[in-house]
Design a protein. Sequence first.
Lengths: 451, 76
Amino acid sequence: MMKRNPLVLGKKTLKDITEDIVAPLESFPSKGWLGLFLSAKTLLIFYILTLAMVVGTGMGLLGVNHPNAWGTMIITFVFWIGIGHAGTLISAILFLFRQKWRTSVARTAEAMTVFAVMTAGLFPLLHTGRPWLDFWLFPYPNQRGPLWVNFRSPLLWDVFAVSTYATVSMVFWYIGMVPDFATIRDRAKNKIRHMVYGALSLGWRGSVRNWSHYEMVYLLLAGLSTPLVLSVHTIVSFDFAVSNLPGWHTTIFPPYFVAGAIFSGFGMVVTLMTLVRIGFPEFKNYITIDHMEVMNKIIMTTGLMVGYAYASEFFVAWYSGNLYEREVFINRAFGDYGWSYWSMVVCNTVIPQLFWFKKFRRSIPLMFIISIFVNIGMWFERFVITVTSLHHDFLPSNWGNYAWSAYDTAILVGSFGMFLTLFLLYLRLFPAISIAEVKPVMNVGHEEGKH
Amino acid sequence: MAQKYKNGMAAIFETEAEILKAAHQVRNLGFRKFDAITPYPVHGMEEACGIQRSWIPYVTFVMALVGLSLGWLLTW
């Protein structure tokens, strides 16, 4: 049998695992964490103010106008929704495939999913321009005449896809944490802590009956989340692909978007994990170089899929013989927004090729830099798709560039404030690695040679 | 033994293998009202304690049918 590297380093006992993982919850925050948190929170406040101005004054503050009716908000929505997909892939699909390495990264990846979906979810709601009427998005008996949402519109499918995704990933994340909340409750030294984590742990006792139901629920939730990895971004891609616009109206969009989502999600997981490893050095024994390497392999694979999709789009534009399609793609690469197209190609398909080399796959500084490029590249991908298709459609008299404003920048940058604030709070309030899932993959407590 | 410890008894085990073995033995001795409390799921513990398969999938199935009907009702 092939000898595998241990999933947890440092010859930990079961007690060590509990103490290492709950340490960030039970100790006073470090200066590094405080610094990051205050910066992220300042950015969040700036974001809230920006959004207040955009909602108060109107969408005109952003660069959206005819013909570019969709801009930063939709681009950044797709960007954040895509990032969420890596968490669901790790927590659900890798669970069903019994990939044991997922145990130590799943919790944080799921947290990333939940926060990314929350960050993303705001954009379509605000992009309606009248967010106080957003309940119109749901079909409910109303007094506005025989007015019912349009079930033939992919935008409505998106409402359901994203809200389902948000619900399922939050429940999955929470259920996974229940046994660990109980551990924290049992260790709590003060009353409030005991009460809060006691309530969160839903009276968990760790009895065999608890575990029996728990494992079944977890399996079912993994089964329910698995199709969501594929369906959510498929439906997001339908927002574009179901329209008639050249550059959007392509059948390759669903698989292309899903691959891109997983690609960008793993990029973000690697970014965050390298930082978590620096912030909590003890976690290096749990999130090992081997874990990072596996994720880098996934980045490379999905990066190649995305590159294939870019190439195939150009091939189809040429092979279809469709004048408009061809014009849009030539314009995409060599027109006014050529720079964004080539930044996307370089970031997403060229730079991740470094991961072919084992030395680069296992270098923390290098993977951090590459993951940042992936994040940037994937934002540009959505920019390219949204803006280059809209600004150059069938009629030359209808052409026009996106009037990027300072508010667009503020919204894009500010959304990171929201995401990072939530993520930093999570790192200190929730167990960032699943205690109950890491322990069974250890080799302690088994009798040597008897299994 | 069952007469002597009317109010029940508890024991602490250091390892997964020991508690699993103990659970097997307790059940083989004919005890039915007992529990095994572990900090993480132990493989084979359900069989050792004679726990039936969880009934949660049936609830999930019924709720899935309810959800599906509601979804169809909305689009109808």
